[in-house]
Design a binder for this molecule. Sequence first.
Ligand code: NIG
Ligand code: FE
Length: 411
Amino acid sequence: MQTLIKNIKQIVGIDRTDRLRLQGREMSQIDTMSDAYLIVEDEKIKTFGPMSELTEQLFDHEYDATGRLLIPSFCDSHTHLVYANSREHEFVDKIRGLSYEEIAKRGGGILNSAKATAATSEEELYDMALQRLDEVVRLGTGAIEIKSGYGLSTESELKLLRVIRRLKESSPVTIKSNFLGAHGIPMEYRGHQEDYVDLVINEMIPRVAGERLADFIDVFCDQGFFTVADTERILEAGIKHGMRPKIHANEMAVSGGVQVGVKYGAISVDHLEQMGDAEIECLKGSDTMPTVLPGCAFFLNLPLSPARKMIDACLPVAMASDYNPGTSPSGNMQLILSMACIRYRLTPEEAFNATTLNTAYAMGVSDRLGSITVGKLANFCLTKPIPSYEYMPYAYGENKIETVFLNGRIR
Ligand code: NIG
Ligand code: FE
């Protein structure tokens, strides 16, 4: 099946080099083509070029994109999209002055969500997650990583991962699953959390691997949560069972999470609000993608991750939503694009690269997603009629996406 999209005002985010990620100054370039066409064959991008070179042929479908930009779908490499309950009462507690850590210590936060998850059926969790997924797809997300981590018991973690598997099977979006059993420490393990780490290692990881439920393994390696020593043990077990690490690191404190992530070949280390020079040095020359989560820092009023400094130090940077009920109740990647520019001083070009190709890398799919490249999956969006690609981050809060293509088909 062949589909023609013609009269595209501008294709944005072309990559002809097959690069898997962009770092430092490479991030400031974005390749475009104005007055263009693009042809999709089955689920892939077959070719594109200037309208003046389009030859007469018959297509199964034709779309006229006059006035519209064509951009690669956003890749959202960090979400906790499967959860049972919203947590707006904690939001109010935070406004009144409690910190995220204080709420967590009282049994709120992740433990609050774990309680609700235990009481919710797989079916209900699936329905809620599917609704959230549909919404972010309409906003331009074409690939997404989803974590477990609101279970914190073997059965509940498996339940969450089975929901993610069902989403993978039923949705046209590219989905990667991440086992985050080490997300919080259940109340009954307070004071002897190494026993919970044992449970993760000896019971959860083998069951998760046995059902092939996870692509990645994650640990919340931070002050008040899991230590570097816990993290090392869990990562070793996960790696042994074929899962690649991704780490929640350095949100509350300079936790050692970046170093342990790099040491174990993590595909990404995420959050990074608390970064010293040693952390930046350690990432240089590694395969690990530093990933910033602007929605979380915005929602919790955290200090900002030094994204600008990392790019200036020749590092790659990715930016994802962290969609979850506690620290970022939005999966809107258009807002992340705006925050990248407004709050972190990335140029629009850097922001596009941070939310497409570099996030694709951070979830291990940049060989087939994240840019407009012949042979890649045809996951892209047509915008509404807008003046330029810079308008995308500029007009924050407005939905600029009109039409979404996933695997070559309109959604
Ligand atoms: O990525 N930081 C750890 N985990 C989540 C928040 C989870 C929650 O509060 O529900 C995050 O921000
Ligand atoms: Fe997270």
